[in-house]
Design a binder for this molecule. Structure first.
Ligand code: ATP
Ligand code: MG
Length: 419
């Protein structure tokens, strides 16, 4: 779990605000869910025989004896909230969220125990047009963020029934090659055989690539849905690769699944993953509502952004107010307040708790402010203020405090930053 330090937060803020603007462009509204849910919710939605539920959850008993879990992903809580508040009863809902998720994984680059996701969910729309909308949204985000070289992989998992048929075929194939299965896969052979296709063990890849394909067992409706989606993407000019092995880490998907993958992140290459999960809401006790969504890992996106040279400006004030004299604090604070009243975008940092004039000027310089305002005893008595430019050669000036905002109106450094 990481601290995000002040020098790193600007690029996080950039990603967050770009995603928020994007979501709003498509009509998605923000939902904020609790970080903790009942353990049972994740077991029922994600599935018992999955990496997350089997070995990655932070689960604890609270003082009432309730089993709770730090959320490992956002969809389960989002669906729970929507059912609880009647948000998806006979209505369409487009939602997005952003926040930390928790999984007890082996930490490595691109894989952390607390990591951040942004995600979107669309409820009440069964057609492939929403699947396409979600994909277009993500494609637009890469452009906006300046991330190059992501590849879209698509597959259809078919209906739950089609998957059950395929499961039998797969079990038969895997059983015939049982000596080649690693321990994890042997364990999954009868509990959740599709998950074997998701194995990251290099030794399993040959066997997996020879396995019978899910697409050969697709039901007609899913096949049509998938064909329609591909046509929509073709017409929208979105390139994709069909990956018949793509099964996704969660159990609740059906029909469309997709991932955006980078070849620059090693085995942590998936930056965004999503799909359709029409059966989940009914499974959790709601009325049947079609649903689709995606989630993306923010740390992985950020490392690509930084590699691609995306710059985010670090925070710095426009003005640093030096208070050089005893008993001037209240006049100094009042002056700073009046400047913040004048322009809400203006950033004024006050040198609180004094110190020598020299050390205050050092702090002013370190703050990267464009201007220092100096309130000394003489100025305070006459209602004046000294203006000193910190980033260019220009003689300092003494002006009346009442004329200060008019003066700032004509200072390039301030006006440029405010516009
Ligand atoms: P992986 O196959 O890499 O373990 P996953 O299938 O478990 O991923 P999802 O549950 O689909 O991942 O989560 C969506 C996205 O969240 C992932 O594509 C990835 O970008 C990000 N993500 C998942 N787990 C982590 C983690 N432990 N640390 C950082 N990012 C993560
Ligand atoms: Mg995982």
């Amino acid at each position: 779990m990481h601290d995000i330090l002040p020098q790193d937060s600007p690029v996080w803020q950039l990603l967050e605000s770009d995603f928020r603007d994007l979501a709003h462009q498509y009509g998605y509204a923000e939902i904020r869910m609790p970080l903790v849910e009942k353990t049972e919710l994740f077991v029922r939605t994600i599935g018992e025989i999955t990496d997350i539920v089997e070995k990655e959850m932070y689960t604890f008993e609270d003082l009432n004896g309730d089993q709770l879990t730090l959320r490992p992903e956002g969809t389960a809580g989002c669906v729970r909230a929507c059912i609880e508040h009647g948000l998806i009863h006979n209505q369409v809902q487009r939602l997005w969220y952003c926040g930390p998720m928790f999984r007890h994984e082996r930490p490595q680059k691109g894989r952390y125990r607390q990591f951040f996701q942004v995600g979107a969910e669309a409820y009440g729309m069964a057609g492939p047009d929403v699947d396409a909308e979600l994909i277009l949204m993500t494609a637009r985000l890469w452009k906006k963020l300046g991330i190059q070289g992501l590849q879209l992989q698509l597959n259809s998992l078919g209906s739950l029934e089609a998957r059950a048929r395929y499961r039998d075929i797969l079990v038969e194939y895997m059983t015939a090659h049982i000596e080649q299965l690693d321990a994890d896969s042997q364990r999954r052979l009868h509990s959740n055989p599709l998950r074997i296709l998701d194995s990251k063990n290099p030794a399993m890849q040959a066997l997996i690539s020879e396995a019978p394909q899910l697409s050969d067992s697709l039901d007609d409706e899913s096949a049509q849905h998938f064909a329609d989606l591909l046509e929509l993407l073709d017409k929208a000019g979105v390139a994709y690769t069909i990956n018949p092995r793509l099964v996704r880490g969660l159990d609740y998907y059906e029909k469309t699944v997709f991932e955006w993958v980078s070849d620059r992140l090693g085995s942590q290459g998936t930056v965004c993953a999503g799909g359709r999960y029409d059966g989940l809401i009914q499974h959790l006790g709601g009325r049947p509502v079609p649903a689709a969504g995606f989630a993306m890992g923010m740390e992985r996106l950020l490392s690509l952004m930084v590699e691609d040279g995306v710059q985010a400006t670090a925070f710095s004030p426009h003005i640093y107010l030096v208070i050089a004299g005893d008993g001037l604090a209240s006049q100094g604070l009042a002056l700073a307040e009046s400047l913040r009243d004048w322009r809400s975008g203006l950033r004024v940092m006050v040198s609180c708790s004094g110190g020598s004039f020299k050390s205050q000027m050092k702090r002013a310089d370190k703050s990267h402010a464009a201007l220092a305002l100096i309130l000394g005893e003489d100025e305070a008595q006459c209602g004046n203020i000294v203006v000193k430019f910190l980033r260019r050669e220009k003689p300092q000036e003494t002006i009346s405090q009442t004329a200060l905002t008019d003066y700032l109106e004509n200072i390039d450094e301030i006006q440029r930053k405010l516009s």
